[in-house]
Design a protein around this ligand. Sequence first.
Ligand code: FE
Length: 192
Amino acid sequence: MRLRTKLQACHLTRPSSMNASQSLPEERQPYAKPQPWGMALDMVVPEVLTDDPLLWAPVGENMWSRPLHLNVSSGFYVHLLKVKRSGLLQRHRHSGMVHAYVIRGKWLYLEHDWVATEGSYVFEPPGETHTLVVPDDCQDMVTLFTVHGALMYVDPQGNATGYDDVFTRIEKYRAHFQAVGLGEDYVKRFMR
Ligand code: FE
């Protein structure tokens, strides 16, 4: 996919290589037909772990989020959550599934007895209700989250107090990009 995007970006300057590719063994020949009509644009986000503060929107005390993919047609978003020093993400219930991959550090849920440590993959089924805590002995946590549907913020009895979904996230990222001078439209590069 990386190669294809590079070619899309450079297609005006790239000489036609069709003849050359036909001389390659078939398994080395690229797909020769157009991509399907109507498909969404592919996307490559380089250097996802950059520390550039412009790309990380503050989402709480000691917490930042970097959007990678904001999908408005399927209602999910992919982002990196970064916590410096300890942190807490408000209690919430998920309407859709969540995938998480811990890139650095560790975190836990007050509601579970396991700890998601560096290198772990976590699946959270719809209905999961939890409070994410980065413990005091972790000074640097980064996790890749894919969040489907909505987070409903709840009190300890499960009563809803608010929500977040891809659309509220888009609004927060838009406001952040506008505030740091990148412009509110910067968020569009992450939207599909
Ligand atoms: Fe969650």
